[in-house]
Design a protein around this ligand. Structure first.
Ligand code: GLN
Length: 289
């Protein structure tokens, strides 16, 4: 029994449950499907079916978690990105649809059998989407978080994507052990470097709102002015990019000009920004000389 939604009791029909739920209708439907092991279509065709006592208990627990603010993706442990299913845990950022722009720009620039590096891969969303779409690509993905790499490894395996995973604080592992990496079959030079780094400034109010409260701080904020991770990525990319190789980075809604300035100052060519579906400059990049 759940005080927050007294209608979730044995005997109520699945159809009736979906009217006037205390949650966003889509969130509620996703939790209902998860609690009952039904697809969206199953939910429609079984709208007359009645909830069992077990199911009522399961659903109540999920709804209570959502009402407590937990993101739906963490509650069900899953989120789709680039049309692929990804496991997500609180160790990784929940993949955003905005980031599909970065994947599309990368796919347009990846040469045949190209080498690509994804820095701060988290769930592996970007790297796995690239490797899945382009099985010829040599994809390396790094992250400083061991827990994130474990999630990324499962996502690569589940999606049949070949991704080399590396624990590294930005370029550190690539720089410190070039010979070892070569021996292990890991590239140290790339045709393309992509990243969706932490870019929210410390103290930004968004960090204490909504889903972000539950996401790993290290994936969201640089604990500084929001640009420090982007600066490190730009500074180190030149020595890891092949001539004419592209560096593409996602950033915050108000950071495009600053990121273009970083790229230009480091001598990149073709420096530009691209807008996401909401019309916000969301990705900036440039080309190594
Ligand atoms: N796009 C995310 C947000 O604003 C932040 C992700 C990131 O810092 N890389 O919710």
């Amino acid at each position: 029994m759940n005080a927050s939604d007294p209608r979730i009791v044995a005997g109520v029909t699945l159809g009736a449950l979906q009217i006037g739920a205390p949650l966003d209708a889509v969130d509620h439907r996703i939790l209902l499907c998860h609690a009952l092991g039904l697809t969206r279509v199953g939910l429609i065709t079984q709208s007359e079916r009645m909830l069992t006592a077990d199911e009522a208990q399961r659903l109540s627990a999920l709804v209570a978690r959502r009402l407590g603010g937990e993101p739906v993706a963490y509650i069900i442990g899953r989120r789709e990105f680039f049309g692929l299913p990804f496991e997500v845990t609180p160790a990784v950022l929940i993949p955003r649809p905005d980031t599909e722009l970065l994947v599309e720009l990368a796919l347009e620039r990846l040469p045949p059998a190209g080498r690509v590096l994804d820095m701060g891969t988290g769930s592996g969303a970007i790297a796995v989407a690239l490797a899945h779409t382009r099985p010829d690509a040599r994809v390396t993905a790094l992250d400083v978080s061991e827990a994130a790499l474990a999630v990324a490894a499962r996502n690569a395996a589940a999606n049949g994507a070949r991704v080399r995973l590396l624990r590294s604080d930005w370029y550190a592992a690539l720089d410190s052990a070039d010979a070892d990496n070569a021996a292990a079959g890991t590239d140290a030079t790339f045709d393309l470097i992509v990243s969706n780094p932490p870019y929210i400034a410390s103290g930004d109010r968004h960090l204490s709102e909504g889903d972000l409260r539950f996401e790993p701080a290290g994936a969201l904020t640089d604990h500084a002015d929001g640009l420090s991770a982007l600066r490190r990525i730009v500074a180190g990319a030149a020595s890891h990019l092949a001539p004419q190789g592209w560096l593409l980075m996602e950033h915050g809604y108000d950071q495009a000009a600053a990121v273009r300035a970083l790229l230009s100052a480091q001598g990149y060519g073709d420096v530009q920004s691209w807008r996401d579906l909401s019309g916000i400059e969301r990705v900036s990049g440039g080309r190594a000389r």
